[in-house]
Design a protein around this ligand. Structure first.
Ligand code: MBD
Ligand code: FE
Length: 280
């Protein structure tokens, strides 16, 4: 892990880049025809934009400087996941049945603490935010409950920060791998996350500001749901009525992924969500 001094774009970017590189990934073997076809299409898109918008030399040099800065501060994982991943997920989703997936984003960390089916996510003693309980069941496509499935969950805190990517948060905060019980059920106690704002001090934030867009994602929980013999689902759950739900900067919301938690009368908001996994 990298030690950060303050919650800056460069800090979270460096951690996200380091985390991305550390992941064990199989080298994609892509035939030259496919490389050529895809890269030609990307370059043609760039050439078309330059012609259509009569891009000037100063603008071209500014674009180069910006690209260099994104790499220098480690924001490529952030930029790619915010502006590109949703289309890769859309392509992947066309062959996926069961619960809808959506993008993983840059802040997943593997190997978090394993928790019993009824549990509370690790949190600080003074963790802010409205208590939230998410319960549900993991099932096969035919409705068979999946015991011992993993509900790997991570989310931002009530200030919109992720542990591992902000120096003031303890490692593992609001992250855990919840194992379903004998009937595939789980009940996770945590706190309501805040919407997420793209760091405004980094190149991604500066681009968003320069273009007059907004830097927000609606509040969300991230989940990866796994069971032996089944295809892992990577998804997110959102909150009905939440700000930015209709204008997610990462374009990663889906109507099937919206929770509508209800206060149980004690100030605890409760929601249920069941996951259906297809065979691997
Ligand atoms: C996030 O929290 C996120 O979920 C995505 C997809 C991109 C940036 C920050
Ligand atoms: Fe997120």
């Amino acid at each position: 892990t990298t030690v950060q001094d303050s919650p800056t774009a460069a800090g979270s970017g460096a951690n996200a880049s380091q985390n991305f590189k550390a992941k064990q990934r199989s080298e994609a073997v892509v035939p030259p025809e496919r490389v050529s076809a895809a890269v030609t299409a990307v370059l043609q898109g760039v050439h078309t934009a330059i012609r259509e918008h009569q891009v000037t030399y100063p603008e071209f040099q500014a674009a180069k400087a910006w690209l260099m800065e994104v790499g220098e501060v480690g924001e490529w994982p952030l930029f790619m996941d915010v502006f590109v991943e949703h289309v890769v997920e859309e392509v992947a989703a066309s062959s996926q049945r069961g619960t809808k997936g959506t993008i993983e984003g840059p802040y997943y960390l593997p190997d978090q603490v394993r928790l019993a089916s009824r549990c509370e996510l690790p949190h600080r003693p003074d963790e802010k935010g409205t208590p939230l309980v998410l319960s549900g069941q993991v099932r096969d496509l035919d409705g068979t409950p999946l015991a011992g499935a993993e509900v790997d969950i991570w989310h931002a805190d009530a200030d919109g920060y992720y542990s591992g990517f902000a120096p003031h948060l303890p490692d593992g905060n609001l992250r855990g791998v919840v194992v379903t019980d004998g009937s595939g059920r789980f009940e996770i106690r945590t706190v309501q996350p805040a919407p997420y704002q793209i760091p405004t001090d980094g190149p991604t934030g500066k681009l968003i500001e320069a273009a007059g867009w907004h830097p927000w994602r609606p509040a969300h929980l991230h989940l990866m749901v796994r069971a032996d013999g089944h295809r892992t689902i990577t998804t997110q759950l959102y909150f009905a009525g939440g700000e930015w739900l209709e204008s997610d900067v990462a374009e990663a919301t889906k109507p099937e992924l919206i929770l509508d938690p209800v206060d149980d009368g004690t100030g605890v908001r409760r929601a249920t969500y069941d996951f259906e996994l297809e065979p691997a």
